[in-house]
Design a protein around this ligand. Structure first.
Ligand SMILES: Nc1ncnc2c1ncn2[C@@H]1O[C@H](COP(=O)(O)OP(=O)(O)O)[C@@H](O)[C@H]1O
Ligand SMILES: [Mg+2]
Length: 208
């Protein structure tokens, strides 16, 4: 397995609250789903990668404007690179259940962070991704108590409607699900105390 190596960002600023929340979730030693949303370039990826630098990260990235079959093919390509087995790219997977069950085979033990990036594109703005993920979470993923599954998206409305409040209830089913809506980090530097007291806008920290 060749996992993503994240170098420490010595210029990382602020985000103490979000970082300590992520650390707290990881230290509980229970499998968990974490939902992170916020507009592009607010610092979601940097936050997650820095906070979980010491864990094994399998990151799968959505592609803008592609359908779900193309997203699965790309995910298979990324998985093949992680597990260093190019033969995987020859598989024909036609559902998310098949895709997630394949990933689950590689991470049923050990300290893993499976990180889906730009979930709104992976899901092509639909509901299948979340409902099939729930099935595989219930039947496979959650048995590894050291697994954190991160769902990250840059469309707050999609992440709330189709993930957190989806029929699949991904926002409610996990032992803990935190929703972080990151504020632009440069602004946060100036207004970090303001963040703690204001949860009205999607640009603020929200917990479920
Ligand atoms: N807390 C932070 N401190 C310093 N730089 C940051 C911080 N968060 C993000 N950045 C930088 O800002 C840019 C955008 O962040 P990124 O995490 O890619 O945003 P997003 O994933 O929300 O689109 C990157 O160059 C990243 O290194
Ligand atoms: Mg990102």
């Amino acid at each position: 397995m060749k996992v993503k190596q994240v170098i420490e960002n010595k210029k990382f600023i602020a985000r103490e609250r979000e970082r300590s929340l992520l650390t707290k979730i990881a230290s509980k030693g229970e499998s968990a789903i974490i939902v992170v949303y916020g507009r592009r370039r607010v610092g979601k990826t940097e936050l997650l990668e820095q906070a979980y630098r010491s864990r094994n990260i399998l990151k799968f990235e959505g592609l803008e404007g592609k359908n779900q079959q193309a997203q699965r093919e790309h995910m298979l390509y990324e998985l093949a690179k992680y597990v260093q087995d190019p033969i995987l790219t020859k598989l024909k997977l036609t559902t998310w259940v098949e895709m997630f069950e394949l990933i689950a085979r590689y991470i049923n033990t050990g300290i893993w962070t499976v990180y889906f990036e730009e979930v709104q594109w992976l899901a092509d703005y639909g509901s299948e991704f979340a409902s099939e993920l729930k099935y595989v979470w219930d039947n496979s993923f959650h048995y590894n108590q050291k697994l954190l599954l991160v769902l990250c998206g840059s469309s707050p409305s999609f992440m709330i409607r189709k993930i957190v409040r989806s029929k699949a209830q991904l926002g409610r089913m996990a032992p803990q699900c935190q929703v972080l809506a990151a504020k632009r980090h440069s602004q946060q530097q100036r207004a970090s105390t303001h963040l703690a007291n204001n949860t009205e806008s999607p640009d603020k920290l929200v917990s479920t």
